[in-house]
Design a protein around this ligand. Structure first.
Ligand SMILES: *Cc1c(COP(=O)(O)O)cnc(C)c1O
Length: 387
């Protein structure tokens, strides 16, 4: 089955009980037992629910893993994965991870004796040097947010194997349509399904897929014991979202390239971050390990004032956090998604005050270009006024 077909025919398929072609929403907490302990595979919905099984099976198929898990948010999924560790363990992690992941590492996990070292995982030597005797996990995000740095998953996984580390990849930005980290050597892949998987800005959810049964049993034990599960309605929405992931990503990719070409013509843009650009440092790696460059573009407009003016002037690019939906979104990472990261640390990472991030949606590309054009024209006037 090729990818676009797997999005539609993968997973549990037609409902066995009724023949329904879309997964029924099993809005039930418990299941009748014919006799004590005689069940039809379901006992209590924290442990398992058939609608949740639909999305968990589908994402496992799409990522090429053995078992999938759906959680109430991306952060709940990420936290569940860290619960595979014990007090005293150490994680090596990509330095510019999602702000919420950074906060979890800095403010929650230390209370439980789990330590982290942040490192530029695009640098294999630096990554190896960050490994300690108590390191158990190597956690990658690629491409990153908002600078779209690309880590070579295969090379890092190869390194991790020699130290017996579990490799985890946050695959939110590339989606299983473009990139399958398990095939590149990772052990666990996870998503904020709130983004491209759901795809319509109408659900908050997280997904995890593991490469083998042992990890599957461990993670199911954690999911059932800690209880951060996704409900049946939201599970249904994720299956529905995934059906169109292929055509959405193809269209988003095409528009992203057109918008990058447009941004290149703008005088006020001092720098563009997009892995699809031949001069982006991660271009070759992304081209090797993924089948697309994605729909996230960041660019620098030189100052906080310019960034604010631009994002408040667009009509079709909605000023909002989040990404990966049908509507195009625009944001200023330093003041929105990455505001919880101290200014000093943002400066170290290169997240400047003039950095603007867009998530390309499915609108007509000409409207999106015109929208940016009118916003950029205000920007020029604004900066002239301030000369
Ligand atoms: C949004 C996001 C998360 C967190 O997911 P939530 O669904 O918001 O909890 C994690 N990683 C990345 C890359 C994200 O973009």
């Amino acid at each position: 089955m090729r990818k676009k077909t797997a999005l539609i025919h993968g997973g549990t398929g037609v409902d066995q009980a009724t023949g329904a072609v879309t997964p029924p929403i099993y809005q039930t907490s418990t299941y009748k037992q014919e006799k004590i302990g005689k069940l039809k595979g379901y006992e209590y919905s924290r442990t398992a629910n058939p609608t949740r099984t639909s999305i968990e099976t589908l994402i496992a198929d799409l990522e090429g893993g053995v078992r999938g898990f759906a959680f109430g948010s991306g952060m709940a999924a990420i936290h569940a994965v860290f619960q595979l560790l014990s007090s005293g363990d150490h994680i090596v992690m990509t330095d510019d991870v999602y702000g919420g992941t950074y906060r979890l590492m800095k403010r929650v996990l230390p209370k439980f004796g789990i330590e982290v070292t942040f490192v530029d995982t695009t640098d294999l030597k630096a990554t190896e040097e960050a490994i300690q005797p108590n390191t158990k996990m190597l956690y990658l995000e690629t491409p990153t947010n908002p600078l779209l740095k690309v880590t070579d998953i295969e090379a890092v996984s190869h390194l991790a194997k020699s130290y017996e580390l579990t490799v985890v990849v946050d695959n939110t930005f590339s989606t299983p349509y473009f990139q399958q980290p398990l095939a590149l050597g990772a052990d666990i892949v996870l998503h904020s399904a709130t983004k491209y998987v759901g795809g319509h800005s109408d659900v908050v959810a997280g997904l995890v897929v593991v490469k083998d049964e042992n990890l599957g049993e461990d993670l199911h034990f954690i999911q059932n014991s800690t209880g951060g599960i996704l409900g049946p309605q939201d599970s249904f929405l994720l299956v529905r979202g995934l059906r169109t992931l292929g055509i959405r990503m193809d269209a988003i990719e095409e528009t992203a390239h057109a918008l990058v070409d447009f941004l290149k013509t703008q005088d006020s843009v001092t720098k563009i971050f997009y892995p699809g650009l031949a001069d982006h440092p991660g271009h070759a790696t992304q081209a090797k390990q993924a089948t697309g460059f994605g729909g996230m573009i960041s660019f620098d407009v030189g100052s906080a004032e310019n960034a604010e003016r631009l994002v408040e002037a667009t009509r079709y690019f909605t000023l909002a956090e989040s990404l990966g939906a049908v509507e195009s979104l625009i944001s200023v990472p330093a003041r929105m998604t990455h505001a919880s990261i101290p200014a000093e640390r943002r400066a170290e990472l290169g997240i400047t005050d003039g950095l603007v991030r867009i998530s390309v949606g499915l609108e007509d590309v000409e409207d999106l270009k015109e929208d940016l054009e009118q916003a950029f024209s205000l920007l020029t006037k604004f900066s002239e006024k301030n000369v």
